[in-house]
Design a protein around this ligand. Structure first.
Ligand code: SF4
Length: 199
């Protein structure tokens, strides 16, 4: 049974949302059918790399491309929640800059340095949560690619945030529905942790 907001809506987490963007059918299996997601080797490897990355950050002159003397604090594994919008999540890293700016950093262990739509949505969801946590507007995030040692700064607009809020409602509708969503692009199925229950 999921926790719910004051309005009785189920509380979602950012992981659900990112899975929804990957494939709505996948999030249906995970959240409605309760299918366990078997972690792939790549995911476990990525987690180990993230641990190493946390140590490396303390040794660098800049922090994800930002000069160290502009950074007030680097926080890791930050749990955030906003019961009003019904969303919780854990941000890989949060940068607090001396000028008051708050930036979520999401680490992506992948072969491609690209800003995929679902990754930007995930950063936007973190921006919404951090805005509420720190009481300030969060209008930018960073994707960090440890394999390539590259980072990409991503602008997050009010419109991006409004779309994510609408998507949360769509996701709640999907979870309340008894209709299993259609299959997605087959290329994604090759990397899907619930493929054996679906294909
Ligand atoms: S196997 Fe393909 S269609 Fe099925 S849930 Fe996974 S990504 Fe979606």
């Amino acid at each position: 049974m999921r926790d719910s907001t004051n309005a009785g809506k189920p509380i979602l987490n950012v992981f659900d949302l990112s899975q929804y963007y990957y494939c709505p059918r996948k999030v249906y299996f995970l959240t409605v059918m309760g299918v366990p997601a078997t972690p792939r080797k790549k995911m476990s490897y990525g987690k180990k790399e993230q641990e190493k990355e946390r140590k490396r950050v303390t040794e660098r002159k800049d922090v994800f491309g930002i000069p160290r003397d502009e950074v007030e604090e680097v926080l890791h594994k930050v749990y955030v929640e906003d019961r009003k919008i019904g969303l919780i999540g854990q941000v890989d890293t949060v940068l607090k800059l001396k000028n008051g700016t708050i930036l979520p950093v999401d680490v992506k262990y992948t072969n491609f340095v690209r800003v995929y739509r679902n990754w930007k949505k995930q950063l936007t969801a973190y921006a919404l949560l951090l805005s509420s946590e720190f009481g300030c507007d969060v209008n930018e995030g960073i994707l960090y690619f440890p394999k390539q040692k590259e980072h990409v700064r991503v602008d997050i607009s009010k419109e991006d945030k409004d779309f994510v809020l609408m998507d949360l409602e769509k996701l709640r509708g999907l979870m309340a529905s008894e209709h299993i969503p259609r299959k997605t692009d087959e290329k994604k199925c090759r990397y899907c942790e619930v493929a054996r229950y679906c294909v």
